[in-house]
Design a protein around this ligand. Structure first.
Ligand SMILES: Cc1cc2nc3c(=O)[nH]c(=O)nc-3n(C[C@H](O)[C@H](O)[C@H](O)COP(=O)(O)OP(=O)(O)OC[C@H]3O[C@@H](n4cnc5c(N)ncnc54)[C@H](O)[C@@H]3O)c2cc1C
Length: 469
């Protein structure tokens, strides 16, 4: 009997699941028949690469962490090993106290682990630095003892002061999720911080023990692909097709029906029978598909909300940009004072110096800048036209980094509901959903809503969902 598995969702998580189902590193002769259903006309979700000035420029994720192996492994397995490019610049800045200031050495996702480099950075000012001094000399005990989860913002504020949260931790950790650390789960997004906070003694010292300092001579921390991140999507899709999998585009799964053994998946009036189903979709469609079978799992998924993000990419003549750009870019803290008292808050949350970060994008006569806008608590860009977003982003970049003139080209790409928010006790939510899927049988869940939004974590959920089946 031929077994068949339907994968719902053609983002990187669903593609990784399809790859694993067809054998993973080695094609499996006894692999089940695989059908992948993708609602839209393209695969890869936010992984999109466009040509800008003759270069392949990413409009969504522009790279991935190498500290975890999953993305590097997948790239090599699908034949892209020679296409991998390491990050070319180190360091970044943050907009603090009226100008861009280099992030200090010795921080873990923005949480300082050493007093002096952070004090010298000038980011925190005297009042903010006092909080660090107190943690080094007279650390505040943890009032609550070991518990399963805490909100990152209040946890760090209690130990190191609110300015550390506002100027360092929120821009870095919050920025990754386009969220806010005020109610973000430490257990789900930064487990070493939770472990460090629950030990006796200073947070900075405990975190030093939990997170080994990056080895300057070690392998690069961040990687990309010479032809852009969409080349990973294309290579995985081509690989699974070569192994006999069928990929159906513009084919949203609308309903799951339980059979005596297995499932029927309905899409556009057509049904596909399957022995097993992987749901690699964002939380809202996963909830809708699960609701008739387990309304509690659906309710747990309904509790995950999403932030929308917009990226504006600019080709800029080199002479319009200050010569002393530092590192890979800069972050603009959420609670930065507006440019004029009582004025409109900054809309730009971050800027990446794309051609400094990735050497293969560099040209002598121009610079590639990418501004990010939009967060869970700033939905203003949703109401602006592309032209308004480009104009606003350019004007703010001018004020933040001293640009002159005009860009020679700008591109605006929207990622509607692009990033799930992991609120406190997120892991209880995901455990409940995974347990419900296991109870139903022949069903597994994957995707960015579960165990990390980064590409390696998404690939891991895709591949492990197959093993769970
Ligand atoms: C702007 C931006 C920048 C980012 N930068 C980075 C970065 O630099 N590095 C990094 O590691 N990560 C980054 N991320 C995060 C990472 O890209 C995502 O978390 C990841 O791509 C999510 O993959 P996924 O497959 O889980 O979800 P998705 O890519 O959202 O895939 C889910 C798919 O399911 C489809 N779908 C939905 N409903 C149905 C249905 N009913 N039937 C069939 N299909 C359906 C959707 O159309 C979609 O294609 C970034 C994210 C964004 C938005």
């Amino acid at each position: 009997m031929t077994r068949r598995v339907v994968v719902v969702g053609g983002g990187i998580s669903g593609l990784a699941a399809a790859w694993e189902l067809t054998g993973g590193a080695e094609p499996a002769p006894d692999a089940p028949a695989v059908v992948l259903l993708e609602a839209t006309a393209h695969l890869g979700g936010p992984l999109r690469t466009d040509e800008v000035g003759g270069r392949p420029v990413d409009m969504g994720p522009d790279g991935f962490l190498g500290r975890r192996p999953e993305a590097l492994d997948l790239c090599r397995e699908v034949g892209l090993g020679d296409e991998l490019v390491p990050v070319a610049a180190r360091g970044a800045s943050v907009w603090a106290r009226g100008r861009l200031r280099a992030l200090p050495e010795g921080h873990a996702l923005g949480v300082p682990t050493r007093f002096w480099p952070t004090a010298r950075s000038g980011i925190l000012g005297v009042r903010g630095t006092l909080g660090l001094a107190r943690d080094a000399l007279l650390p505040r005990p943890d009032l609550r003892g070991p518990i399963g989860d805490r909100a990152i913002g209040p946890l760090v504020a209690r130990k190191l002061g609110q300015r550390v949260v506002d100027l360092l931790v929120d821009p870095l950790v919050g920025g990754i999720h386009a969220g806010a650390v005020d109610d973000m789960s430490a257990a789900a997004t930064f487990p070493p911080l939770l472990a460090a906070a629950q030990r006796r003694g200073g947070l900075m010292r405990n975190l030093r023990a939990e997170v080994p300092a990056p080895d300057p001579d070690g392998p690069p921390l961040f990687w990309s692909l010479r032809s852009g991140m969409a080349s990973l999507v294309d290579a995985v899709a081509a690989g699974v097709r070569r192994r006999g999998a069928e990929i159906r585009l513009s084919a949203p799964a609308e309903r799951l029906e339980r059979k005596a053994e297995g499932w029927t998946v309905w899409s556009g009036g057509a049904s596909t029978d399957a022995d097993a189903v992987v749901l690699a979709t964002p939380a809202p469609p996963t909830a809708a598909l699960l609701r008739p079978h387990d309304d509690e799992a659906a309710a747990l998924l309904d509790g995950i909300d999403y932030a929308s993000v917009v990226v504006a990419t600019f080709r800029v003549p080199a002479d319009a940009v200050p010569a002393d750009l530092y590192g890979t870019g800069f972050l603009v803290p959420r609670r930065s004072p507006p440019r004029t008292p009582g004025g409109d808050p900054w809309a730009v949350t971050a800027c990446t110096f794309l051609d400094r970060k990735w050497q293969h994008l560099a040209r002598a006569d121009e610079v590639l800048l990418r501004a990010s806008l939009g967060r869970i608590d700033d939905t203003r860009p949703n109401g602006w036209s592309d032209a308004e977003i480009a104009a606003r982003a350019w004007e703010e970049l001018g004020a933040l980094m001293g640009l002159t003139g005009q860009p020679s080209e700008s591109t605006v790409v929207r990622h509607q509901a692009g990033l799930p928010q992991y609120r406190v006790h997120h892991l209880l939510r995901t455990a409940g959903v995974e347990a419900a899927a296991a109870r139903l049988g022949g069903l597994a869940v994957a995707g960015a809503a579960l165990h990390g939004v980064g590409i390696p974590a998404c690939i891991a959920t895709g591949r492990s969902s197959v093993r769970a089946l």
